[in-house]
Design a protein around this ligand. Sequence first.
Ligand code: FAD
Length: 231
Amino acid sequence: MGDEGRGIPTIIEMAHLTRFDIVVANAGFMRALLNEAIHHTDHRDAFGLRLARQPLMQNVLADLAIETEAAMLVAFRLARAFDRRASDPTEAGIARPLTPIAKYWSCKRVPAVAVEAMKCLGGAGYVEESPLARFYREAPLNSIWEGSGNVICLDVLRTMQREPDAFAALMTMLDARANADPRLSQTLRVIRDLLADPGTLEWHARVVVERLACAVQYALLSEHAANPTPQ
Ligand SMILES: Cc1cc2nc3c(=O)[nH]c(=O)nc-3n(C[C@H](O)[C@H](O)[C@H](O)COP(=O)(O)OP(=O)(O)OC[C@H]3O[C@@H](n4cnc5c(N)ncnc54)[C@H](O)[C@@H]3O)c2cc1C
């Protein structure tokens, strides 16, 4: 129980942990979907060739793999922030906005990844005998409980307004990466422009949260890539 009149901050602290759970779960969810897609396409022949060897299918599998990798990197980065937040104010700051941002975006992407993975199995993916049908049914749930999409965006706005140091910690993390990357710095410029007018914040909140999520994913993917080649 929190103090009287402090209900929202109290429940947000608890929701932080459950939202972090969801970010990790979504990364695992995507991994399971990717595994199913790889397994099927690596065993089925169509037009005389193994599906996984065909260029169009390789594009789909590559997209699924990158999305899965990005979701995992964000989950691990958030885990690091949670691990260190008690003794490191910067990590505590990063954890605050990154939790709802990562929750929003991973929840939004799981259904799309489920559809794409299902298509890799063709008709066999659609029928109930395959696990894909159950995955597909389950995919939207995380985006509704523990804070539905719009409510999560409002939480991100609340962080920006009431905990500016926490939001600044996340932006500083991204700025450090953007110094050497024109594409990332351009995205951060767009985000800051969208946030410039306090009167339009709610109108822009979803776009801002989505761009922030993609910026974090991009920064982490390029940090961990073997040969990042920013253009
Ligand atoms: C399978 C399942 C299990 C659940 N288990 C639990 C549980 O164990 N414990 C528990 O407490 N709850 C549980 N829930 C409830 C869940 O947390 C709520 O359904 C969820 O928080 C959404 O609230 P709501 O259904 O009242 O929708 P609403 O609050 O009516 O929201 C409907 C839509 O309006 C949007 N919206 C809401 N406010 C705004 C706003 N200010 N501006 C713009 N858009 C807005 C939302 O984003 C959503 O898209 C469960 C739900 C499901 C589906």
